[in-house]
Design a protein around this ligand. Structure first.
Ligand code: NAD
Ligand code: UDP
Length: 342
């Protein structure tokens, strides 16, 4: 059985679905601080069977000990965490407590239960502002520009030290680039509780007139059209990457790092144009100053994941945008009251 922390969230729910569809038993632990258990009802509908669910906090050692004693868990996927960059600047301690202490507590409980296989949600943010593109796993780790980024880097350090302390550990640090998109059924997707910070969720709400206009944060970057470039990746591809990492870790202990990205960058204006094509109308936009802490460009070299995991992204930008738009139209309020009936 796989314990999936944060499994009710955006990426976690897609991973839970992929695990169930591949024959795994799944136990989700989530405190629902940024999600709803409705996502797991949708997962159940899609998979034809139900993951086990415990509402609780990954920082609670007594709870974790109980779960490891009660269920036949043999590996963990650790998604539980806080991810809003701006919020992390205002509330750094909450971020370090959840993302770093939560990871420490989880590793302690795993070691106690002698469960040593762990797949961790890290982020390309640990590279900071890299000088060379594309970014490979051997690139120097940068100086993250905010407490969220620091918390991810610190959690990576914790896991690296833990893995070096005992050869039974098998840990995969998955450095995600920019996950977007939704399940093609329109049943699962990103459901931000507040005004979104990320480009695509914001754009989706502009398209439904839930927000007035897209604010383009800077058109004076040293990029071909002046707007920021990112490596957008379909969330279903990302979920599949977790299964492949788990398979690899079962055969190869130690600690490994894999970039999960497409290897191709798109600027804000390129995403906007592609999205306007999908929606069939132009979006209201305004150009604003650069957002503090943003970098000009960031895209992956995903060849290590291809060679070692046999993973590569299959879904292109158009597919990501079409799936995201379908999700948003069917669920204008996320998993809330007006969401499509399940
Ligand atoms: P999300 O907010 O949708 O999911 C996180 C889940 O963790 C939520 O369901 C939340 O309720 C749960 N959670 C938070 N604190 C918890 C706690 N203390 N105990 C138990 N559950 C808790 O976010 P997501 O986009 O699915 O991200 C999942 C992971 O991937 C996070 O660790 C995030 O930092 C990382 N990540 C995300 C992105 C991205 O762009 N979405 C990029 C890189 C890395
Ligand atoms: N961006 C933007 N307007 C928004 C949100 C984001 O112009 O409302 C830009 C941002 O400056 C960056 C890109 O879109 O160049 C991706 O931003 P996002 O927050 O989605 O990802 P991250 O910056 O964390 O990689």
């Amino acid at each position: 059985m796989i314990l999936v922390t944060g499994g009710a969230g955006y990426i976690g729910a897609h991973a839970v679905l992929a695990l169930l569809q591949n024959g795994h038993e799944v136990l989700v632990l989530d405190n629902l601080c940024n999600s709803s258990s409705a996502s797991l009802e949708r997962v159940t509908r899609l998979a034809g069977r139900r993951p086990q669910f415990v509402m609780g906090d990954v920082r609670s050692r007594p709870l974790l000990d109980k779960l490891f004693a009660a269920y036949p868990i043999d590996a963990v996927m650790h998604f539980a965490g806080l991810k809003a960059v701006g919020e992390s600047v205002r509330e750094p301690l909450r971020y370090f407590e959840t993302n770093v202490s939560g990871s420490v507590t989880l590793c302690q409980a795993m070691a106690h239960a002698e469960v040593f296989t762990l797949v961790f949600s890290s982020s390309a943010t640990v590279y900071g502002e890299s000088e060379t593109m594309p970014i490979s796993e051997s690139a120097a780790l940068g100086l993250p520009t905010n407490p969220y980024g620091h918390s991810k880097l610190m959690a990576e350090h914790v896991m690296r030290s833990v893995a070096h302390s005992d050869p039974r550990w098998a840990i995969g640090l998955l450095r995600y680039f920019n996950p977007i998109g939704a399940h093609p059924s329109g049943l699962l997707g990103e459901a931000p509780k507040n005004i979104p910070n990320n480009l695509l969720p914001y754009l989706l709400q502009v398209a439904l007139k839930q927000l007035p206009a897209l604010r383009i944060y800077g058109d004076d970057y040293p990029t071909p059209d002046g707007t920021g470039i990112r490596d957008y990746l379909h969330v279903v591809d990302l979920a599949e990457g977790h299964l492949m990492a788990l398979n690899r870790l079962r055969k190869q202990p130690g600690i490994s790092t894999w970039n999960l990205g497409t290897g191709r960058g798109y600027s804000v204006l390129e995403v906007l144009k592609a999205f306007e094509k999908v929606v069939g109308k132009t979006m209201p936009v305004c150009v604003e100053p650069r957002r503090s802490g943003d970098i000009a460009q960031c895209w992956s070299d995903p060849s290590k994941a291809r060679e070692e995991l046999g993973w590569e992204s299959k879904r292109d930008l158009n597919c990501m945008l079409e799936d995201a738009w379908r999700w948003q139209c069917l669920n204008p309020n996320g998993y809330g009251a007006d969401a499509m009936a399940v």
